[in-house]
Design a protein around this ligand. Structure first.
Ligand SMILES: Nc1ccn([C@@H]2O[C@H](COP(=O)(O)O)[C@@H](O)[C@H]2O)c(=O)n1
Ligand SMILES: C[C@@]1(CO)OP(=O)(O)OP(=O)(O)OC[C@H]1O
Length: 159
């Protein structure tokens, strides 16, 4: 078994879509980034890469490379999971937290769980996405940005 953790932050920016966990969320602002800035999928990607000793998403998808401008983070996550599988591992379970003052994530959590289960070729029972505010404290509380953290457990493939 291998364990990995990931953490990411993106700043809010006017005129951008808000995409979290592969789900479009209606809001007055989106997140800034070179890619689509899906902060949750980035944290999960980093957790997967960490678990197999493959560094981080900045190493695999440099933000200086025009190829990743507005990149779909679902594709980046699938690439990371491909590296996991190539090393003979599959996902055991994933636990992640979105740290966000507003908007409310609760209405979108089940769609995120299903989307991520599909991307990671797993059952939805193995995926647990949560959300919390910071009780209005700090940069999250001031609604300047959103953070996400993720932990994955990988198991050795039976094959
Ligand atoms: N952006 C968010 C933040 C929180 N939630 C849900 O509300 C619950 C209470 O949050 P607290 O920060 O006050 O503990 C939390 O457990 C989530 O279910 C949310 O949906 N979206
Ligand atoms: C995903 C990448 C690449 O497009 O860009 P961003 O969307 O800026 O995301 P970040 O989490 O800052 O780091 C990884 C980047 O290289």
């Amino acid at each position: 078994m291998r364990i990995g953790q990931g953490f990411d932050v993106h700043q809010f920016e006017q005129g951008r879509p808000l995409i979290i966990g592969g789900v479009d969320i209606p809001h007055s602002m989106g997140l800034a980034g070179h890619s689509d800035a899906d902060v949750l999928l980035h944290a999960i990607s980093d957790a997967l890469l960490g678990a197999v000793g493959e560094g981080d998403i900045g190493k695999h998808f440099p933000d200086t490379d025009p190829k990743y401008k507005d990149a779909d983070s679902k594709k980046l996550l699938q690439h990371c999971y491909g590296l996991v599988k190539a090393k003979g591992f599959t996902l055991g379970n994933l636990d992640a937290t979105i740290i966000c003052q507003k908007p409310k994530m609760a209405p979108y959590i089940s769609t995120m769980n299903a989307t991520i289960a599909c991307l990671l070729e797993s059952e939805v029972v193995n995926i647990n996405i949560k959300a919390t505010t910071t009780e209005a404290l700090g940069f999250v509380g001031r609604e300047e940005g959103i953070a996400a953290q993720a932990v994955v457990l990988l198991k050795k493939d039976d094959n």
